[in-house]
Design a binder for this molecule. Structure first.
Ligand SMILES: Cc1ncc(COP(=O)(O)O)c(C=O)c1O
Length: 457
């Protein structure tokens, strides 16, 4: 089998999906619910590094990475061997019935690297990002003995009932109510779309005032257990929370005894240039109290985590948190190896390098087409916002949709995000080679150029 790890994108079939993939996609349509949407032609045969091959032999560069799951890429030998070795010993121990040491080792590692406030820390594991966020809310309620939480416009926290209530975009929750009570929403500091004429400082003051208005209009602050923030909004459009805003939120939390929860489900594990964006927060004196993580934690094995000080974590009454598969033995083994891989290969530094290159290319090569409204992000967590007119900022979701299709035909997988569906997110595995990255950037450029030249957008 040829080396996929260093290959470049190559579409070999006349049509995409190719014939074999098309047959599987047709079976998919009959066998699984349409609500699990997928508009991509990809039917995977194998993956290595940043590259994925489909069952017709087409080779794609993956800039989506399972939506942020594959920071260490596909098929890393050390991770595969570790999971295999664990599988030989046992698959599963339920932590209410026994103890498996992998859970403890991983909790110890997370307690060391997660930059939440407090001295001694504790970590619990769950299976998905949504579960981690649900548990963070339960733990915050257990600690503060308060019923309400505050979340933000543009937020995405998952698809369980609580996290649907927390998620902003109602397309993710259409027809699914009623939802849990006590979830109030403030405006996220989306600086690109701040009120016109405001300086950054004025905009931040405006958004802080909007947050404080929640205490007047929705819930008195002493009934608020937590403020839950994505340090860089993912689904919402790859929008960083400005550090001055985070500092002000931290102050509000301290004033009222509210816990600050950082949802690092998508941002975590080196993509930002640090292991977690919360590290930047900590360095600015505004570390969160609770941090959730998932996705890239275990390189594709299902796992998520909640980390906080021992004082906070031990406040929940016995039996109120946990679950059958939480902290599965193979997922924990995988996560320990993934974190080691990130550290051994300096992926935080690589994320900064990649991020600089992508930002620079977008600013010089894509901005000249006149449809780039904003380029933003932290490290290589980068969003590109496309607009029909840079003055009116009218969103251009049609161009994003066309570019996704066009790029796939050229062997590059990209994904949209943003409340208006007009942003493109960069979530490429951090093990991408320079040659592959250049190939991907060139595809972005031609995809944009060709889509704009076509009249039928
Ligand atoms: C910030 C954030 N939180 C929570 C979730 C939910 O994670 P999961 O799909 O694993 O439940 C996501 C998923 O995209 C996310 O981006």
């Amino acid at each position: 089998m040829s080396e996929l790890r260093n290959a470049l994108p190559q579409i070999k079939t006349k049509t995409l999906p190719g014939p074999r993939a098309q047959a599987v996609i047709e079976r998919r349509a009959k066998a699984i619910p349409n609500a699990i949407r997928c508009d991509y032609p990809l039917v995977v045969s194998r993956g290595e590094g940043a590259m994925v091959e489909d069952i017709d032999g087409n080779i794609f560069l993956d800039w989506v990475g399972g939506v942020g799951v594959l920071n260490v890429g596909y098929g890393q030998r050390q991770v595969i061997d570790t999971v295999k070795a664990q599988a030989e010993k046992y698959f599963h121990v339920m932590m209410n019935i026994g103890t498996h040491e992998g859970y403890i080792k991983l909790a110890e590692k997370m307690n060391e690297i997660v930059p939440v406030r407090g001295g001694a820390r504790k970590t619990m594991f769950a299976n998905s990002g949504a579960e981690a966020d649900e548990n963070a809310v339960k733990i915050a309620k257990g600690y503060t003995k308060r019923p309400n939480i505050i979340v933000f416009s543009g937020a995405f926290h998952g698809r369980t009932h609580m996290t649907m209530a927390m998620t902003s975009k109602k397309a993710y929750a259409y027809g699914m109510g009623p939802f849990p009570d006590g979830v109030y929403r403030a405006q996220f500091p989306y600086l690109y779309r701040a009120p016109r004429g405001y300086s950054e400082k004025e905009a931040i003051e405006y958004y802080i005032a909007r947050l404080e208005a929640v205490f007047e209009e929705c819930s008195a602050p002493d009934y608020v257990a937590a403020i839950v923030v994505e340090p860089v909004q993912g689904e919402g459009g790859f929008i960083p929370a400005p550090i001055e805003w985070v500092k002000a939120v931290r102050k509000i939390c301290d004033k009222y005894g509210i816990l600050l929860v950082a949802d690092e489900v998508q941002t975590g594990f080196a993509r930002s240039g640090k292991m977690f964006v919360s590290q930047y927060w900590k360095e600015a004196g505004c570390a969160p109290d609770i941090m959730t993580s998932a996705k890239s934690i275990a390189g594709g094995m299902p796992l998520s985590a909640v980390t906080a000080s021992a004082e906070i974590m031990d406040a929940c009454p016995a039996g109120t948190i946990g679950g059958t598969y939480c902290g599965n033995a193979m997922s924990c083994a995988s996560a320990l190896e993934v974190i080691k891989f990130i550290e051994d290969n300096n992926l935080c530094d690589r994320a900064l390098q990649i991020g600089r290159k992508v930002m620079n290319y977008y600013k010089t090569e894509l901005a000249k087409f006149g449809v780039v409204g904003d380029i933003r992000g932290v490290g290589s967590f980068i969003g590109l916002e496309l607009v029909k007119d840079t003055q009116t900022k009218e969103p251009y979701p049609e161009l994003v949709a066309a570019m996704i299709k066009k790029a796939a035909k050229k062997g590059l997988l990209i994904e949209s995000c943003g409340t208006y569906g007009n942003c493109i997110r960069f979530l490429c595995p951090l093990v991408v080679t320079d040659e592959q990255l250049n190939a991907g950037l060139a595809i972005m450029r031609t995809a944009m150029e060709e889509c704009l030249a076509e009249q039928n957008l």
